[in-house]
Design a binder for this molecule. Structure first.
Ligand code: MV4
Length: 506
């Protein structure tokens, strides 16, 4: 087993990996930029090495600096987390060349899945269903037209080098085809330096459902069931859950088998995710593979009881998978809300700043993976995530109830804005509660004014409460009102909000 692992990342995922190291009795090495001197991951690790200026390009994304830090501390493995170097075959090769183990898949698997057309061809050959469309990249408008004739309009034009929502265009009819082809080709050329594109049948309002896979170096590959990730905004996931409220047991079995086949086809090792799009008829199609641990891995951990990061480390050390397919089952239900320093009322712009006070929720069925602490700064240099709030229950209703309770307890104050109210709105939405949603849900349902919990009557009541408190000489005594949010439904009363503000000022 490894003696010391360097974590080439920051924030909550760095802290998550440090925890796994500690559980395994392995020492941890944090790296940090100038903006992260006082960051939580630096405080929590056994060792910490400065790797450069605040911009990620000059620190977290500087291969030489990261390798120097690993050599200087005698780290025998590097965990990349997600983002940064997690899906960079060049980095993984450089790590191996330095005689250090990269905790992740072989570089060849990263490369095969990184090329969207290559992946589509490989998957198709391996018997993994892909969206009907072109078998390879196309060159001309007429080739696009021929595929459109075969699969029918509307179609989706996708840049070969795109992915994650970049370089895509829907074409509704033949009239729009020529100009759309020109636009996608030239955008792909300028954004990715690769103008190749391919065509798929357009799926209307698909669901995004992904399957967690895991493989060891001894030839064993299993899946850990699905995550429902359809609650997204501009290709950023907002709420994830497992199981999916949409799929049937038969579909679950089939998706799991297909996902294992997909992972085997690229010689996968470690933790990976096969993303599928599912249509209303419950057909599902391979979309892409993420060759890393994902932000939303905790919902899978909560329903399977498996520590995925610990298993990543064990498998990278050459140990066999600590579980077999037959040992795995889904128990209960888990939801994850991504709590961000962002302003939903202003188009979700990042709204970072210093956290003056913070109260993290806990209690039965609640897990918080936070990247910050009270008094810390959410930096404008990086992803403004504050924490992942995860709730588990025996069934979906209990999980949603606990999530509501936890969101009610969660307090963040300071020179930043959070999306907590946005999450409170989602978990109260009748369509969310019914499990009746697809990737268009937020687009279709969210109006910032309606979700602020701040209509005029509410504001008037808040002001009235403030006047009353002032008249009562309420200047520092503990709040008289109960502190908890209402058990079910409805906004928190202004009186209670006042009580909370009062308590924070104490
Ligand atoms: C699609 C699609 C409909 N039809 N492909 C967006 C992310 C990129 N990786 C693939 N995406 C889509 N591909 C076909 N043939 C709709 C989307 C899509 C989407 C997919 C997953 C999650 C959210 C989404 C939001 C808008 C569009």
């Amino acid at each position: 087993m490894f003696k010391r692992i360097l974590i080439a990342n920051r924030g909550e995922i760095a802290v998550r990996v440090i925890r796994a190291c500690r559980d395994l009795g392995i020492e941890s090495v944090a790296v940090y930029s100038e903006a992260d001197r006082a960051a939580l991951h630096v405080r929590e690790a056994d060792y910490a090495v400065a790797v450069g200026p605040a911009p990620a390009r000059e620190s977290y994304l500087n291969i030489e600096r990261i390798l120097d830090a690993a050599r200087a501390t005698g780290a025998d493995a590097i965990h990349p987390g997600y983002g940064f170097f997690s899906e960079n075959a060049g980095f993984s090769r450089a790590v191996a060349k330095a005689g250090i183990t990269f905790i992740g898949p072989p570089p060849e698997a990263i490369e095969k899945m990184g090329d969207k057309v290559e992946a589509r061809k490989l998957m198709s050959a391996a018997g993994v269903p892909v969206t009907p469309g072109s078998p390879d990249t196309l060159e001309t408008e007429d080739e696009v037209r021929a595929i459109a004739k075969k699969v029918g309009f509307p179609i989706m034009l996708k840049a070969a080098a795109g992915g994650g929502g970049k370089g895509m265009r829907m074409i509704e009819n033949d009239k729009d085809l020529a100009s759309a082809v020109r636009t996608v080709a030239s955008e792909a050329k300028s954004s990715f330096g690769d103008g190749r594109f391919y065509v798929e049948k357009y799926l209307n309002r698909p669901r995004h459902i992904e399957v967690q896979v895991f493989a060891d170096t001894l030839g064993e590959t299993v899946h850990l069931f699905e995550r429902e990730c359809s609650i997204q905004r501009r290709h950023q996931k907002v709420v994830e859950e497992s199981p999916s409220p949409f799929i049937t047991p038969a579909m679950r079995r089939e998706m799991g088998e297909v996902a294992v086949r997909a992972a085997r086809a690229v010689g996968y090792v470690g933790a990976g995710t096969i993303e599928f799009l599912a249509d209303a008829e419950r057909n599902f199609y391979f979309l892409e593979m993420n060759t890393r641990i994902q932000v939303e891995h905790p919902v899978t951990e909560m329903v399977t009881g498996i520590d995925l990061v610990k298993a990543q480390i064990e498998v990278a050390a050459g140990m066999p998978l600590p579980f077999r397919q037959n040992d795995l089952a889904q128990r209960g239900w888990a939801l994850e809300c991504r709590i961000y320093a962002e302003n939903p009322a202003a188009g979700f712009v990042p709204a970072p700043g210093k956290i003056e006070t913070m109260r993290l929720p806990d209690g039965p069925g609640v897990r918080v993976d936070a990247g910050v602490y009270e008094g810390a700064e959410v930096s404008l240099f990086y992803d403004p995530m504050i924490a992942k709030l995860v709730a588990w229950g025996r069934d979906r209703n209990e999980a949603i109830g606990r999530m509501r309770r936890a969101l009610g307890e969660f307090v963040v104050t300071g020179a930043l804005t959070t999306n907590l109210d946005f999450h409170r709105w989602i978990v109260e939405h009748p369509r969310f509660i019914a499990g009746d949603f697809d990737t268009n849900f937020i687009n279709q349902e969210y109006r910032p004014e309606a979700a602020k919990g701040g209509d005029d009557a509410h504001l008037a009541a808040l002001l009235a409460a403030a006047v009353m408190a002032y008249r009562n000489g309420h200047n520092g005594a503990p709040a008289a009102q109960p502190m908890a949010a209402p058990a079910a439904g409805g906004a928190v009363s202004p009186w209670k909000i006042l009580g909370r503000l009062d308590m924070l000022r104490r």
